[in-house]
Design a binder for this molecule. Structure first.
Ligand code: SAM
Ligand code: GLN
Length: 281
C-alpha cells in the first residue's frame, strides 16, 4: 500500500469512483473518510495533507466498497436525519425520505399545539413519523406499529435516545393487534411500489417488505382503507403517503371503502403525495 497518499488524494480518488453510482459523490467521499478516520468533515478540509495509516485506509476501502455496491450512506453511517432528529437506521428499516416530511407537516397542521389527541403511525419503520409528531406535540399519545419486530426494536431505541415518553410501540399486521375506535388521527407511509417496478432493483439494500405492495402497488393501501375505519373515532382522519402517480388510484380505493372528504396534497416539487380522508360514520 502506498503510504504517501494524503487525505486530499484519497478524497479525489473516492469521488471519481463514487461518481459512477452516486448523485453526490464528493459528499459521500467526505462522509466515508470522516467515518473511517473518526473525525468531523471539517477536519478533512483543515488537514488535506495528512496521510492516514494503513488501518484507516483499509476502513476507507471497506466503506467505499459497500457504497459502490449500492448500500445507502445512511446504512454505512447507521443514522439518518429526519425532521432534524438524528435517527438510528439499520437494514431492517427503510431509510426515512425527505418527502415524508410532508406527511409530518400535515399531521402537525391537523393537531393544534397542546393537543392531547391519540395518534397512530402504521408501519413506523425507524419510527420517523411517530417520533417527529411525538416531539412536536408532547401532549399527544402516539402509537407506532410495524409488522417487523426488528424495525420496532430500532424505533423503540430511537424513542429512548430522544427521551420521548409519549409513545408506545406495537408489533402488528396493520390493524390486527390494535383496539377499535381508539385514535383521532392515523398516518401511514405504507409500501406502495409495484412488484415489477425496476426501482426496487436500485433500492435492493432496503427491506423489500417496506416497499413492494403487489402487482398494482395498492395491496397495503386497500388493507389500510379497510382496516383503519374501525381504528379511528367517529370523524377521525386518515393520512396516507403514496407515489406521485397514485393520486387517483388511492382516492378511488378510499372512496370504495366509504371514506369522505378525500383530498390530495402536493409536495414542494408539486407532486401529489399525501391523501387525507375522514372516517365514514
Ligand atoms: N414510516 C417509515 C418511514 O416513513 O420512513 C417506514 C415506511 S416503509 C415505506 C413501510 C413500513 O411498513 C415498513 O417499516 C414495513 O415493515 C411496514 N409494513 C409492511 N407491511 C406491513 C403490515 N402488513 N403491517 C404493518 N406494517 C407493515
Ligand atoms: N418513496 C419510496 C421510494 O420510491 C417508496 C416508499 C414506499 O413504498 N412507501 O423511494
Amino acid at each position: 500500500m502506498d503510504t504517501t497518499t494524503d487525505i486530499d488524494e484519497l478524497l479525489g480518488a473516492a469521488t471519481r469512483r463514487l461518481s459512477e453510482i452516486s448523485e453526490s459523490p464528493r459528499l459521500d467521499a467526505e462522509l466515508i473518510l470522516a467515518m473511517a478516520l473518526d473525525v468531523e468533515r471539517s477536519y478533512l478540509f483543515a488537514h488535506p495533507e495528512d496521510s492516514p495509516d494503513d488501518a484507516a485506509r483499509a476502513r476507507v476501502d471497506a466503506l467505499l466498497e459497500r457504497r459502490l455496491a449500492g448500500e445507502p450512506m445512511a446504512y454505512l453511517a447507521g443514522q439518518k436525519e429526519f425532521w432534524s432528529l438524528p435517527l438510528m437506521v439499520t437494514p431492517d428499516t427503510l431509510v426515512p425520505r425527505p418527502e415524508t416530511e410532508l406527511l409530518v407537516q400535515l399531521a402537525l397542521d391537523y393537531l393544534p399545539s397542546g393537543s392531547d389527541a391519540r395518534v397512530l403511525d402504521l408501519g413506523t419503520g425507524s419510527g420517523a413519523i411517530a417520533l417527529a409528531v411525538a416531539t412536536e406535540r408532547p401532549c399527544c399519545s402516539v402509537t407506532a406499529t410495524d409488522i417487523s419486530p426488528a424495525a420496532i426494536a430500532v424505533a423503540r431505541q430511537n424513542a429512548r435516545q430522544l427521551q420521548l415518553g409519549n409513545l408506545e410501540f406495537v408489533v402488528s399486521d396493520w390493524a390486527s393487534a390494535l383496539g377499535a375506535g381508539e385514535f383521532d388521527l392515523a398516518v401511514s407511509n405504507p409500501p406502495y411500489v409495484c412488484d415489477d417496478d425496476p426501482v426496487l432493483q436500485a433500492l435492493s439494500h432496503e427491506p423489500r417488505s417496506a416497499l413492494a405492495a403487489g402487482a398494482d402497488g395498492l395491496r397495503d393501501m386497500r388493507r389500510l382503507a379497510d382496516e383503519c375505519r374501525s381504528l379511528l373515532k367517529d370523524g377521525g382522519t386518515l393520512m396516507l403517503e403514496h407515489g406521485a402517480e397514485q393520486e387517483h388510484a388511492v382516492a378511488a380505493v378510499l372512496r370504495e371503502f366509504g371514506w369522505l372528504q378525500v383530498t390530495c396534497h402536493t409536495d414542494h416539487g408539486g407532486n401529489p403525495r399525501v391523501t387525507v380522508a375522514t372516517r365514514p360514520r
